[in-house]
Design a protein around this ligand. Sequence first.
Ligand code: HEC
Ligand code: HEC
Ligand code: HEC
Ligand code: HEC
Ligand code: HEC
Length: 485
Amino acid sequence: MIRFTDIIKAFVGGIARSKVSLLGAIMATVTFPVLLVSAMLDMQGVVENPYFGFIIYMVLGPTFLLGLLLVFLGLFFFKGKEEVGIFTYDYLKEQFTEPDKFVRVRKFIMLATGLTLLNIFIVLLTSYTGYHYTESVAFCGQFCHTVMAPEYTAYQNSPHSRVKCVECHIGSGAQWFAKSKISGVRQLFAVALGTYSRPIETPVHGLRPARETCEECHRPELFHGEKLYVKDKYLPDEKNTHVQTVLLMKVGHGGYRGQQAHGIHWHVAPENKITYTHTDRARQQISEVVLEKRDGTKIVFASDRAAESAPDGKQEGGVRVMDCVDCHNRPTHIYLTADEALDLKMLGGKIPTALPFIKQQALEVVNKEYVSTEEAKNSIATQLRTWYQEKYPALYKSNILMIEQAITGIQQAYEENVFPSMKIGWNTYPNFLGHKNESGCFRCHDDGHTTKAGGTISMDCETCHIILAEDEPAPEILKTLRGSK
Ligand code: HEC
Ligand code: HEC
Ligand code: HEC
Ligand code: HEC
Ligand code: HEC
């Protein structure tokens, strides 16, 4: 009859004799309390540092598991010269095959089961919390600091700042989950070795089809009606004149409660399937657009744009079914143009509009090239101080605070959109929502894509919006719509 103490003795003795087990036991015992306490702290959300989770789930967790594994491997295979007793394979075989001996190993089995259950619990706990950690915004956005800083910053200032990275980049389902973890490991290596591209390449070719992710939250048939689009701008003159552009945007919908699909979201209605052929990697040059109706009729719009070479030299064509990200390619990593970023800061009072020529001067300094954010901020400050000191000495003396406030606002506008360390300047990532630089909607809507019968994809301004006012100070239409205030 083996007693409980014998089992413990044999276990401890076994570990002591096998170096592999000993190492494993040390690893598991040392990490266990640290792991347990830190996992508790993490679940309570006490520590905010993004590296904390990494240490717990990517370093401590695996060390603990490896330790456990080594203990058992050591006991069974790498025992020392001396016989370890009840933990060897031969001994177990004997115990299990002879019925009268089997009764005696019951206690041993109970102990083993108990220990295994405890281990399974810890393994499950670390895998579960570890899984959540790798899905968190902190891991995706903050762990690889410089690398993800641009996307993370733009994301935080976007309408999706409360949507997790994985909701768009992975979505639900086991296949995409596995895919993402495999590519995640590759990315960790790229970061460790510094082999990632700067800037990170876009479009993201491995991105999951947008309709599977966006439509978890947005229903295309529901964006109904027209939307008033108001854009505030400041002109680069002495008074920084405030002007507004007002458009009635035909947002439309993809067919809602029996109504016909119409307007801009007509493209995503179930009865309209649009496929296009592009001749460059960035999908800027579109040579053919095919519209397929539900009844099978096909309308082909072709263009000679294919002959033009790719703007970035990457001549890599393909065929793609149009979806949300062909227009909303920057739904959350929204980098503004210099003009837009400064206008926004001026509108929000971060850059005082009372300062003469502030828009013009700000544009000039933010558009220069700098080697680092630090250098940019210092240089922006010195250039502006010097300019006002020279051109407006009286104002410089009496209103230095206003100038300093403007400098801070301009630095922020720069910092939120330009990232020299990742080689991201103004306009590195084009936005297809609209038609800046003849791109975006005008890649197809250029009156240059024609059918054999002479039809075109319309460039008529009123296809997409009615222009109610363009760069007007105090537009009449807003007074009508909003009252005189
Ligand atoms: C609302 C959906 C959405 C969310 C949320 C989101 N992304 Fe993206 N992300 C996209 C899309 C769409 C693209 C592809 C842009 C393209 O192809 O032009 C992209 C592209 C990227 C790129 C490639 C570089 C670039 O800017 O094009 C990186 C890196 C990236 N995302 C990281 C992140 C991180 C980190 C987070 C969380 C902090 C995040 N994303 C959250 C939709 C999203
Ligand atoms: C997990 C849910 C979720 C997913 C996935 C998601 N969105 Fe959103 N989206 C939101 C929420 C919530 C808002 C509204 C934010 C608000 O009004 O404060 C929003 C807002 C928007 C807006 C309006 C922005 C504005 O300026 O008002 C657009 C456009 C948009 N999403 C497009 C997309 C696209 C394209 C995708 C897929 C690449 C996507 N969304 C994926 C939740 C989501
Ligand atoms: C043909 C281009 C195009 C496609 C395709 C497209 N959108 Fe849009 N979407 C727009 C434009 C343009 C607007 C108006 C933007 C603005 O106000 O500046 C818009 C507005 C929106 C809004 C805000 C609606 C509101 O009332 O403010 C959401 C949400 C949105 N889109 C989601 C989606 C989703 C999800 C898909 C894919 C199923 C999609 N869009 C496909 C061009 C497109
Ligand atoms: C890949 C090519 C492509 C792109 C990019 C594209 N469209 Fe279209 N669009 C089409 C085609 C094709 C039609 C149908 C033309 C026809 O049958 O006359 C169309 C039709 C439309 C219509 C008319 C829908 C109706 O009610 O009949 C609107 C509005 C529209 N597009 C808005 C936009 C906007 C806004 C953008 C940019 C955000 C955009 N499109 C980008 C291909 C494109
Ligand atoms: C295929 C659809 C489409 C056509 C055709 C089109 N636009 Fe637009 N336009 C848009 C969209 C979408 C936006 C909004 C972009 C955004 O959300 O930033 C826009 C924005 C604008 C703006 C405001 C830009 C700003 O300052 O932010 C002006 C001005 C404008 N369009 C003028 C025109 C004129 C003039 C024409 C005719 C030559 C035209 N558009 C044709 C889709 C279109």
